[in-house]
Write a protein that binds this ligand. Structure first.
Ligand code: FEO
Length: 402
């Protein structure tokens, strides 16, 4: 049985949270098996309205209904707001509506209308909310804000005006299962690592919309006292902290001295090159963070992406494989090029058996993605004395570039 939480977070505002410890690869892509994720739904109650904001992943639909029944007769839910159609939040919609007798009006972005039908076969009452539209329900005043690409185009947020609560969907969320509901000082620093990972993997491709949408929220002068995201902690003590952190990660603000070293090594040649680079970085008082993919090690790429976001620079080392870049390095390059800001200089090394080609190809790909490539060193087999000198010189070039 998954662990679930029901918490009154403010007046008649309730959190329904499930801790997903079962999913190993979020979106069938990102390794979260060692950290998990939560799905947060919220319930607002006034004299004449019961408003549900998002649901849980379908896997937990039965548990969702059990928790919802603790708070309300599901038939009494009058409105269901969908901030985002990705099924980790909308997945239990159908079951809720079935128990509700399809009485509730479903609210969301215009683009969600067809998705509600095609994802869940729901053809009932749907109301598209406009950007900036306000809705008064009994004692509640809700304001809807379109926040596209956080993290799909149909994403909206809801601001509960009277109480200063911003229900933000994916935005301001993070991976992991926090040991508390709110942003307690004792857990925030550790949790932010998982927020950074979440941004870099799930939302990274749309990072310019993080900045755009946060600016849009600021322009509205909302008096945000609490941020209630669809994943992770609820930010009550310092909501500005998570806003600032999201901006920092979206802009790729580097941690001083942090150099990400990524290598794949089939038979030890690139492993040896990584050792040369790491020693030279340490001699220059840099902090290398190493992800090595070998025949015995495969570190999580989700963690790698989190570390790429605030790296000062990167070293990428690839074997030559079928006259091209090694497939895993190719995939990692694709993810970094799409999801990480290109303000990080890169040194590329590659080992070859017959002819140097992988390094040049990798450099081309990073240059197309607007990353500055500081140098490319291709070496034959394991690095010999001459190759070692070239690797050391290139590492110094990278160090002095920053
Ligand atoms: Fe948590 Fe994009 O869904």
């Amino acid at each position: 049985m998954p662990k679930t939480h029901l918490a009154q977070i403010l007046g008649d505002v309730y959190l329904l949270r499930v801790d997903d410890e079962e999913t190993r690869y979020f979106e069938a892509l990102w390794e979260i098996g060692n950290k998990g994720i939560t799905y947060n739904s919220y319930l607002l109650m006034s004299d004449d309205a019961v408003v549900l904001l998002d649901t849980w992943k379908k896997t937990y639909a039965d548990e969702f209904l059990e928790n919802l029944r603790e708070l309300v007769d599901v038939r009494d839910v009058t409105h269901i707001i969908l901030h985002h159609m990705e099924p980790d939040h909308s997945g239990s919609l159908r079951k809720v509506l079935e128990e509700n007798g399809f009485r509730a009006e479903v609210l969301g972005h215009q683009l969600s209308k067809n998705m509600v039908r095609s994802f869940y076969g729901v053809n009932g009452k749907f109301r598209a909310v406009r950007d900036g539209e306000r809705l008064s329900l009994g004692g509640l005043t809700l304001e809807f804000i379109h926040t596209p690409w956080l993290h799909w185009p149909e994403t909206i947020m809801t601001y509960l005006g009277d109480r200063g609560v911003l229900f933000s969907g994916d935005a301001f969320g993070g991976f992991s299962i926090p040991s508390a509901i709110f942003d307690e000082d004792r857990i925030v620093p550790g949790y932010l690592t998982f927020v950074k990972e979440y941004i870099s993997t799930v939302i990274g491709n749309y990072r310019q919309y993080i900045t755009k949408n946060i600016n849009k929220l600021m322009e509205r002068n909302l008096d945000v006292k609490m941020i209630a995201p669809a994943h992770g902690l609820v930010w009550k003590n310092d909501p500005k902290a998570v806003i600032d952190f999201y901006l920092k990660v979206a802009e790729g603000v580097p941690e001083k001295g942090k150099v990400l070293v990524i290598y794949a090594s089939m038979y030890g040649a690139c492993d040896a090159a990584a050792g040369i680079v790491i020693r030279e970085l340490e001699r220059n008082r840099k902090k290398p963070i190493v992800y090595g993919f070998t025949d015995s090690e495969r570190p999580p790429i989700s963690g790698l992406m989190g570390d790429a976001a605030d790296a000062e620079s990167m070293v990428i080392i690839t074997p030559t494989y079928e006259s091209d870049v090694f497939p895993l390095i190719s995939y990692i390059t694709d993810m970094i090029s799409r999801k990480i800001p290109g303000n990080k200089p890169i040194l590329i090394l590659s080992s070859y058996g017959w002819a140097g080609v992988a390094g040049k190809r990798l450099a081309e790909r990073f240059e197309i993605a607007k990353f500055p490539v500081v140098d490319v060193v291709e070496f034959h087999g394991r690095p010999d004395e001459d190759s070692e000198k070239r690797i050391i010189e290139s590492t110094r070039k990278l160090v002095s570039y920053v």
